[in-house]
Ligand binder design. Structure first.
Ligand code: GAL
Length: 377
């Protein structure tokens, strides 16, 4: 009798300790509260699946227009079901104002992504960095490492990419062609007929390639890649990281020359590489783009706008940040996008939608509320 009582009491106790599962579905664009009842603050984010949990890293924004600057750092949340997120705190803190650190408070630190290196055991975070007070002209990349997935991360360095190295697919004609000052090559404010006439890749040869909107991708063979908008955003570059993932090894390709792709999100399906991207209109949404390739360095074939429902021309008022392969569910991917609110940065919303395939084509339908389904549930 008392045994039954004990078991029941234990059961009740356990139930009381279990955090309640607030969400059982995704509601794109709505407020999304964490376990402290606070709207999730992880913009331009990405997800790492590690030891049975998902870890979501993103920009911690603050209120108002000034909240687009990095005043706090990179926020981390964790989840076992992708609907309910536990606040894991700030994974990478900005350095105090006046410290002179590249990641000083007030810098621009965007689109952080984290991968795990099995050889070193370290978690490696890369992000787009613009040193304080220099607008978006720096186009640097920062890297930080930690022994623990949720941090704290230690900042290593920031800079341009692959100085003194040509892309593996740069034509010899560009190596020899002159470099024009950007102002000379633009006529009447419009873009030059051929972007290659600017030869930005050569302009930046010595100092290193520009990198703004970015992502990371780890291939099945453990090789990791940095994918970023380069050459004044005109051309996407895909660069291999060193074995420890904390640097670039000099091997990189130029893709989508002159296509002005931003917000790249890469995933692999049935041996093919896919990219979902946006055009370049700042915080304002535009039509998403998609592309497929047999090899990560291309050639890439554009597949058009993957969105198909009302407001598809604005990617349902969002911009891509990541595509998440859902663990344990066959052929299940989530499009993760940001609905930016630059006038009050902290209120930015998340637009997560299912990714479907029609043959080779990628399709993202609009759903105002949806759940993960399919094999493995
Ligand atoms: C967007 C970019 C964002 C941010 C913004 C600033 O195009 O995707 O990450 O840099 O511009 O205007």
């Amino acid at each position: 009798m008392w045994k039954t009582f004990l078991i029941a009491a234990l059961g009740l106790g356990l139930a009381a300790c279990q955090p309640s599962k607030r969400y059982q579905s995704f509601t794109p664009g709505e407020l999304w509260l964490d376990d402290n009842d606070v709207h999730i603050n992880a913009h331009g984010g990405g997800i790492l699946f590690e030891k049975g949990r998902y870890y979501w890293f993103g920009e911690h924004k603050t209120a108002g227009e000034g909240g687009n600057k990095a005043n706090v750092g990179v926020h981390c949340y964790s989840s076992d079901d992708l609907y309910n997120w536990k606040d894991e705190g700030i994974a990478l803190h900005v350095e105090p104002e006046g410290s002179g650190s590249p990641i000083e408070k007030g810098c621009i630190l965007e689109r952080p992504k984290v991968i795990h290196n099995p050889k070193t055991g370290k978690y490696v975070m890369w992000f787009h960095l613009e040193p304080k007070g220099q607008g978006y002209g720096g186009a640097q990349s920062g890297v930080a490492v930690s022994d623990k997935v949720a941090g704290p991360y230690t900042f290593l360095r920031a800079g341009r990419i692959n100085p003194g190295k040509w892309a593996c697919n740069v034509p010899d004609s560009l190596k020899e062609a002159p470099v024009f000052a950007t102002e000379d090559a633009y006529s009447g404010g419009s873009l030059p007929a051929s972007l290659d006439s600017l030869n930005i890749q050569k302009r930046d040869f010595e100092g290193g390639q520009m990198a703004r909107d970015m992502n990371l991708f780890v291939d099945d063979d453990g090789k990791a890649y940095h994918i970023y908008a380069s050459e004044e955003n005109s051309t996407l570059q895909i660069a291999q990281l060193t074995e420890d993932y904390t640097g670039h090894n000099g091997v990189y390709a130029r893709c989508f020359e002159g296509r002005f792709m931003e917000a790249p999100a890469m995933f692999k399906r049935n041996g093919k590489y896919y990219l979902i991207m946006s055009g370049c209109t700042g915080w304002a949404p535009n039509a998403a783009r998609s592309a497929v390739a047999d090899s990560i360095f291309g050639p890439w074939k554009e597949l058009g706008n993957p969105c198909i429902d009302a407001d598809s021309a604005l990617t349902y008022h969002s911009q891509s940040t990541f595509v998440l392969p859902v663990q344990g569910k066959e052929d299940t991917y989530i499009y993760m996008g940001d609905r930016w609110t630059p006038e009050n940065a902290i209120d930015g919303r998340y637009v997560w939608l299912p990714v479907r395939f029609e043959g080779e084509r990628v399709v993202i339908p609009w759903e105002s509320e949806w759940k993960l389904e399919g094999k493995g549930e």
